[in-house]
Design a protein around this ligand. Sequence first.
Ligand SMILES: NC(=O)c1ccc[n+]([C@@H]2O[C@H](COP(=O)([O-])OP(=O)(O)OC[C@H]3O[C@@H](n4cnc5c(N)ncnc54)[C@H](O)[C@@H]3O)[C@@H](O)[C@H]2O)c1
Length: 242
Amino acid sequence: MPVAVITGAAGGIGTATSRVMAEAGFDLALIDRSEARPPGGAAGLGLACDLADPGSVETAFSAIADRFGAVDALINVAGINHRSPVAEMAVADWDRMMDINVGGMFLTAKFGLPLLERGAGKAVVNMASVSGHVATVDYPAYVTTKAAVESFTVALAQEAATRGIRVNAVAPGWVNAGFTDKALAETDDPDALHAAARDAHLLGRMAEPEEVARAVRWLASDKASFVTGQTLFVDGGFMRKH
Ligand SMILES: NC(=O)c1ccc[n+]([C@@H]2O[C@H](COP(=O)([O-])OP(=O)(O)OC[C@H]3O[C@@H](n4cnc5c(N)ncnc54)[C@H](O)[C@@H]3O)[C@@H](O)[C@H]2O)c1
């Protein structure tokens, strides 16, 4: 059975991705801050791991190596968001955003590439965002990390190609998941923000997490066998409105 490692597996997009990959016949190794359980009785391994901590990530991948021996798909979904203008942002908050959103992907690649080399699928999919292209006011750290995710994706695609490993990114617009819930909770006028978020897309609505997960599944599959170093926008036409 092929094996998929999914970070941020307890979150909105991560849960949907776990479900979709299980339906596609993958065994799951699920990484989150606390142990994530495979959905609907699917087979798998749940690992509590702080992606900002190199030792924690190394330990998680050692457990994955012991259990599965090889990995076919490494799917980096985990991320955090922090609302603060630059002038008011604590240095520690900036650093934590970089450590989790960008550093976490570096660490899973560093410890995951040897396992991917032994797998048959050989695909990495990183979660980017339209925010890497269209900055949102008061979220400077987030937009910076999401632009960096795409640069890292290209750099890793160049490096890993000789080992037969493809590396791509998915960039959603607004998704009906954890980040959007948090943004709605932080605003004084959630109805106005929800309406603006829907209106930001050509399709006039947000994505459901499964719509993002299906794009991840495609990039991780052999159907995308000649696709590497790319960002796939799953954004309901967001980028065509901006
Ligand atoms: N929801 C959206 O509108 C949207 C849009 C574009 C991109 N994204 C991206 O999709 C991803 C998931 O978003 P979501 O809405 O599902 O968010 P979410 O908050 O529901 O899920 C994020 C998950 O990452 C985990 N995580 C955070 N820090 C971690 C750490 N240090 N170690 C291990 N796990 C950690 C969290 O525990 C959580 O389960 C993020 O990378 C986000 O940037 C989301």
